[in-house]
Design a protein around this ligand. Structure first.
Ligand code: SAM
Length: 255
């Protein structure tokens, strides 16, 4: 059963009114009809199991059958700081990382970033990335849509995140002493973690030096050089297996 994010004022008492593009999706693409049940999320992250009472071309009406409360907070607030990749690889990573429980995306502009985002096109590109994260959250029944920040130059990100809480891990294919595995074996999960992944051509040596000077840990994922769009979801899955609920029964946490 898919999950849908509602407009802020859609819930009134025990009734829900769905309007806008969702009507065509639920009433059209999904061919939903009266009596069907859906899970919806209001603007505050509250989830509800609702039953459809009317499906019209302009609006869908439903009654609340069960209040499910907010999605339980994930054990680790996960940020993916990812060098902007060529389309469609960037879309693929946004989608997979949302499914894997990322809470925030920081698109990075690095020395070797090949994608040149024209300033005037940036808002449209950002809106597109946010729509991909919304759709992936709905499809994976995540009760929260990850935040997608505006693209940030790597040096600015390092300066901004210098005092950020939590662990910051940078995936570097030339790292020879520390593997991601070594990072995970030390004690309880952190409250927050940031994973940094480079562009198609990797981070350059100055960026690695600057990251380390900023207290970021550089790690290897192993001998194989993975494409960025493989390395990011792979490392996220490893983190969520070690720290989150991935690979466990629904609701069971990492111990
Ligand atoms: N520098 C290489 C090149 O010139 O082709 C490879 C870059 S790799 C395709 C893209 C990104 O994936 C890297 O910046 C890194 O963040 C990550 N990555 C790929 N394989 C990795 C590995 N074995 N260990 C750690 N990070 C890796």
């Amino acid at each position: 059963m898919s999950l849908f994010f509602l407009a802020p004022d859609a819930v009134r008492g025990d009734t829900v009114t769905i309007t806008g593009p969702l009507v065509r999706h639920i009433g059209g693409a999904l061919r939903s009809h009266v009596g069907d049940q859906l899970t919806v999320v209001d603007g505050d992250g509250e989830r509800y199991l609702v039953e459809l009472t009317a499906v019209d071309p302009l609006a869908i009406h439903a009654v609340i059958r069960r209040r499910l409360g907010p999605e339980p907070a994930s054990a680790v607030h996960l940020t993916l700081a990812l060098a902007v990749l060529k389309t469609p690889n960037m879309d693929v990573v946004l989608q997979k990382a949302t499914e894997l429980g990322v809470d925030r995306f920081v698109p990075l502009i690095t020395q070797r970033t090949v994608v040149r985002l024209k300033h005037e096109r940036e808002p449209r590109q950002l809106a597109r990335w946010r729509a991909i994260a919304l759709e992936a959250a709905q499809q994976s029944e995540r009760g929260r849509v990850p935040r997608v920040d505006a693209p940030t130059r790597f040096p600015d990100y390092l300066a901004e995140s210098r005092h950020a809480d939590g662990t910051r891990i940078l995936l570097w294919e030339d790292e020879s002493t520390m593997g991601l595995h070594d990072c995970l074996s030390a004690g309880d999960p952190p409250r927050g973690a940031t994973l940094l992944v480079g562009p198609e051509g990797g981070f350059d040596a100055d960026e690695i030096r600057a990251a380390r000077a900023a207290g970021i840990v550089t790690v290897s994922l192993g001998d194989a050089i993975l494409r960025a769009e493989t390395a990011a979801p792979t490392a996220l899955a490893i983190l969520q297996y070690a720290w989150g609920g991935l690979g466990r029964r629904s609701g069971q946490r990492a111990t």
